[in-house]
Design a binder for this molecule. Structure first.
Ligand SMILES: [Cu+2]
Length: 122
């Protein structure tokens, strides 16, 4: 029965699958330019050093079962009031960097977790 239906609509199924894949590629391709993803995995920011241009949004995705956050290492660095809230397991937080500079951050819960983001002007 299912085979029969599949045979009947084969063309449409293949066509719509290709269309869906194309749309997904289009959406991810567009957002990749303006978004950088940092995975938090096993008490590490991966990658822990990135270089971006102004206007890029950095998204941290926490894959650990522990909560993590990312806060500026230097309190005088008033440019970033960076991500003050904790991210629980499988949660994300994000920050859009609009000013060039070097941003060092760490997790206040696990201070040995460190990262650096270098933002260049456009
Ligand atoms: Cu942490």
């Amino acid at each position: 029965m299912i085979k029969k239906i599949f045979a009947k609509y084969k063309k449409y199924i293949i066509f719509s699958s290709i269309l869906i894949i194309f749309i997904i590629l289009l959406i991810t391709g567009l957002s990749v330019n303006n978004t950088k993803i940092i995975i938090i995995n096993n008490y590490n920011f991966e990658p822990n050093e990135i270089e971006i241009t102004e206007g890029v949004r950095v998204v941290w995705v926490n894959l650990d079962i522990e909560p993590h956050n990312a806060n500026p290492e230097n309190d005088n660095q008033e440019k970033i009031s960076l991500i003050p809230r904790n991210a629980g397991p499988l949660q994300t937080f994000s920050y859009k960097f609009t000013e060039k500079g070097e941003y060092r951050y760490y997790c206040t819960i696990h201070p040995y977790m460190k990262g650096k983001i270098t933002v260049y002007s456009k």
